[in-house]
Design a protein around this ligand. Structure first.
Ligand SMILES: C[S@@+](CC[C@H](N)C(=O)[O-])C[C@H]1O[C@@H](n2cnc3c(N)ncnc32)[C@H](O)[C@@H]1O
Length: 453
């Protein structure tokens, strides 16, 4: 069978399977014109494992069918998608179109809301429409589709105009995270090649000497930069954006993987660098018998207290290690730091740990692009089932966000996503043993359950 035939067969069989599983649940699989609803989102989430090889095959089909130089040029141009998405979010387009309803709205009226040039905004929306984000129902008249609706805050546009900084409060954080990724995180991208090839900066492991600092002309770590009073909007965006990585799958994260329910009543769970407490809140909702503390930088802890208006979890405004923890969580923390600093964090937690303390690292695990997964496959839970040939070894690796995120980390703070072998070595060198891995469907992060060595 030719490669093209094999790819088409993976797509055809996979789609058939997805459609019959959807039919069993009495719901057609949603398309971009299906309105967004919790039920249809759940269906997509439940069938994500079935969809992964189909998506991988579709990307591979594109890479196969396009002439190489066209493929390159189009991918190199794709960074402008980030800019277009950021403009749509900043101009409140999804919420303006939500209020306009199914008839859509002329771009002149959309642009007037935030005083954006209508001609430029129209081109931006058409660019996004060509990627299945928004619909152009008549020349220059746009309306939301399922995908663009995911960027809605759900707030009245008038309210967003009156208080732009509050527009992500009480949302699932998707709009904030998309804006963070499409704008703030992109700053270093344009400077990456220049920065890596400059002998003065290219080998740095320092969080304040990355391409992002070159672009922003600062020597502050991005967390410090966001805390400057003039960057309050970015801090808010970042803090709430992190929520999108738990929502809407918070029940999956809180109830699968590490056995929270089997911990004795009153056990103390410390979410180190827990942001505004999104994960701790999800855990506290599912496991009321545990005590929770979120530790983060002063400004972020204050944000958490303001957002939740609650005493659970408790927020602690620094990261002095707490000595009587039963579980330490490090969620999306180690990927923010190069090995030099990740080792310091892990060592400090190891010094504070009791013999029975568990460490739950929640982070992405990078897979190699070859079919040999190495010795670490022996670790309980580490092995992954491989996708069939001619696909890349893991179905979610084709154009997967983990690899982009890894480079994003490189751009922002000289830090990185890690392979499992890398994690094992890092943990071992700081006194932790990786006992087992709990796998989650990408893009949810994986859980590495560790004990003191
Ligand atoms: C990528 S976010 C992850 C937040 C949270 N764990 C989550 O998964 O939603 C990294 C967090 O580390 C925090 N952080 C950075 N430096 C810190 C420090 N020195 N002490 C405590 N927290 C810090 C940031 O403020 C931010 O909330």
């Amino acid at each position: 069978m030719s490669t093209l035939d094999a790819l088409v067969q993976i797509i055809a069989n996979g789609v058939k399977d997805i459609q019959s599983k959807s039919a069993e649940r009495g719901m057609p699989y949603p398309t971009p014109d299906t309105p967004l609803s919790p039920e249809s989102e759940k269906l997509q989430s439940d069938l994500a494992t079935d969809a992964a090889p189909v998506i991988a095959a579709a990307w591979q089909l594109i890479a196969t069918l396009k002439r190489p130089h066209i493929y390159f040029l189009e991918l190199a141009l794709s960074s402008f998608l980030s800019g277009s998405i950021s403009v749509a979010e900043a101009a409140y387009v999804p919420d303006v179109l939500r209020e306009a309803g199914t008839k859509g709205l002329h771009v002149n009226e959309i642009a007037a809301v935030r005083n954006v040039d209508a001609g430029k905004l129209g081109r931006i929306l058409r660019h996004l429409t060509s990627w299945h984000i928004f619909e152009e129902v008549a020349p220059d008249v746009f309306r939301n589709n399922r995908i663009s609706s995911a960027l809605c805050t759900g707030k009245p546009v008038q309210e967003m105009l009156e208080s732009p900084i509050d527009r992500w409060d009480d949302t699932n954080g998707v709009a904030a995270l998309v804006s963070l990724t499409g704008d703030f995180n992109q700053r270093g991208n344009a400077f990456l090649a220049e920065h890596l090839l400059d002998p003065a900066t290219g080998h740095s492991q320092e969080p304040n000497e990355a391409a992002w600092q070159r672009a922003m002309r600062t020597n502050l770590v991005s967390f410090e930069w966001m805390e400057l009073p003039e960057h309050a909007l970015e801090l808010r965006k970042f803090s709430i954006g992190m929520r999108a990585t738990t929502s809407p799958d918070s029940d999956i994260i809180a109830t699968r993987g590490f056995e929270w329910e089997s911990l004795p009543s009153g056990n103390l769970v410390i979410d180190v660098g827990g942001g505004v407490g999104s994960l701790a809140m999800a855990l506290a909702k599912a496991h009321k018998h545990l005590r929770y503390v979120v530790q983060d930088r002063h400004a972020v802890a204050k944000e958490g207290e303001r957002l939740w208006k609650a005493t659970v979890p408790g927020f602690v405004e620094n990261c002095i290690p707490i000595k009587d923890a039963d579980v330490f969580i490090l969620r999306h923390i180690l990927h923010n730091w190069s090995d030099k600093y990740a080792s310091k964090i892990l060592s400090r937690l190891r010094d504070a740990a009791q013999p029975a303390t568990k460490l739950v690292v929640m982070d992405n695990i990078v897979d190699y692009m070859c079919r040999d997964s190495g010795a670490v496959a022996e670790i309980t839970g580490a092995a992954r089932s491989q996708a069939p040939e001619p696909l890349l070894p893991y179905a979610d690796s084709a154009a997967g966000s983990i690899y982009s995120l890894d480079i994003c980390m490189m751009c922002c703070a000289n830090c990185q996503e890690r392979t499992l072998g890398h994690f094992v070595e890092l943990l071992k060198s700081t006194g932790w043993k990786l006992e087992r891995v709990c796998r989650f469907e990408s893009p949810l992060s994986q859980q590495l359950i560790c004990s003191p060595l």
